[in-house]
Design a protein around this ligand. Structure first.
Ligand code: PLP
Length: 404
């Protein structure tokens, strides 16, 4: 069993008051809070070894380079990538997806098809739309049902030899659905398509094994897994990363530059132009260590209890409807109350110190599917408690009384 109070004491922000009330932070889907070890590691980097990497012969540059590359190796082990050079540092999931779509611009042709799922975050829709506009390829959508589950029989039918790329999130940010990605990866490969998994909402809850999954790309954000903002990872299979052209040109990504021709550096540097977020990359490794020390099994157990308890308690509220009722689901509860705009509930419960997200959650097609403007989303992390859920339920009831 996790000692939640001890874990909570690792996170300085959790003992803060907001609007005069103890903070109840249920916006973990947007970003996670940071433990003291992560905050300390940032200070330590800037206090002790700050220097540019891969460039200097001097000691600090070497120390910073070693720490950065050690973090890459740590992340390689964490996601079980075959090679460290398959692990690219990015600024986040959005960057990772754009890097891939940019690369496919030189591969796709008119008549080719890109399959996205109906459950995507805008950052896994818009870059693919832009790619299709550029190349003349066609965007097709794998539909979902009322529970927020993707319809696999429809997916099977949409796949054909025209399908060149499939993209799907591991877990939906708006509904919490855990998608059957193993099946989707196998099926995509049967027709020769590449597949990208948006792991932004999965990485906080589980340890992806990219070799076991056999996905071609897997991307996630550091700030959602207790790491700093402006950090992220794109895993890509070596053969794909060799096939795709560089995303950005600049320093570090070259072998040789002349005015006639430039040759590119080997992986991973080919995709890491310019000075990266060095402190962020190093500290992302610290965050991953922290989560592994807690253990993903423990994290999942705690979050499952919170999901079950939160679902039960919220459903006690008259007129409350939960969106996203898939069998496989993570600790996200998206809901609305009859006749009340989600924004109004969010604003009132914020006055009680309760932080939830309201709106379309960068997933407007999902909101359109349910014919709603948005939802109230409570997303729990392992450091949340049932007592906090009780506080939220009371605050929502109070808001409902005020607004009815
Ligand atoms: C499923 C999903 N994909 C992509 C993103 C984009 O992540 P970032 O803004 O960190 O690039 C998010 C962020 O909420 C997300 O939930």
């Amino acid at each position: 069993m996790l000692d939640i109070q001890k874990i909570r004491s690792d996170f300085p922000i959790l003992s803060q008051k907001v609007n005069g009330k103890p903070l109840v932070y249920f916006d973990n889907g947007a970003t996670s809070q940071k433990p003291q070890v992560v905050i300390d590691a940032i200070t330590k980097y800037y206090s002790e070894i700050n220097a540019n990497i891969h460039r200097g012969v001097h000691t600090l540059s070497q120390l910073a380079t070693d720490a950065y590359e050690a973090s890459r190796k740590k992340i390689q082990t964490h996601i079980n990538a075959k090679f460290a050079h398959e692990v690219l540092f990015t600024s986040g999931t959005t960057h990772g997806i754009n890097l891939v779509t940019n690369g496919f611009a030189s591969i796709l042709k008119p008549g080719d098809e890109v399959l996205v799922s109906a459950l995507e975050h805008h950052s896994n829709i818009v870059p693919w739309q832009m790619l299709c506009e550029k190349t003349g390829a066609t965007l097709k959508v794998v539909p979902m049902d009322e529970n927020g589950e993707l319809i696999m029989s429809k997916y099977d039918k949409l796949l054909s030899e025209k399908t060149k790329v499939v993209t799907v999130n591991h877990i939906s940010n708006a509904l919490g659905t855990i998608n059957p990605i193993k099946y989707m990866i196998e099926k995509a490969h049967e027709v020769g398509a590449a597949i990208l998994i948006d792991g932004a909402q999965a990485a906080p809850h589980l340890k992806p094994d990219v070799q076991e999954l056999d996905c071609d790309f897997y991307t996630f954000s550091g700030h959602k897994i207790c790491g700093p903002t402006g950090t992220g990872i794109l895993y890509g299979k070596e053969e794909w990363l060799n096939k795709l052209p560089p995303y950005q040109g600049g320093g570090e990504m070259i072998k040789e530059v002349t005015f006639e021709k430039t040759t590119y550096a080997d992986l991973p540097h080919k995709f890491e132009a310019g000075t990266p977020n060095i402190a962020g990359g190093i500290v992302l490794g610290t965050a991953i260590d922290y989560l592994n020390e807690i253990g993903f099994e423990n994290i999942q157990k705690q979050e499952k209890e919170l999901l079950e308890y939160g679902t039960k308690r919220l459903l006690e509220i008259e007129g409350l409807k939960i969106y996203g009722t898939s069998k496989e689901k993570t600790s996200v509860i998206s809901f609305n109350i009859d006749g009340i705009h989600p924004y109004d509930i969010g604003t009132i419960i914020d006055k009680q110190g309760i932080a939830v997200r309201t709106g379309h959650h960068c997933a407007q097609p999902i909101m359109n599917f349910f014919c709603i403007p948005g939802t109230i989303r409570a997303s729990f992390s392992f450091y949340n408690t049932k007592e906090e859920i009780d506080l939220m339920v009371e605050a929502v009831k109070k808001a409902q009384r005020m607004l009815s």
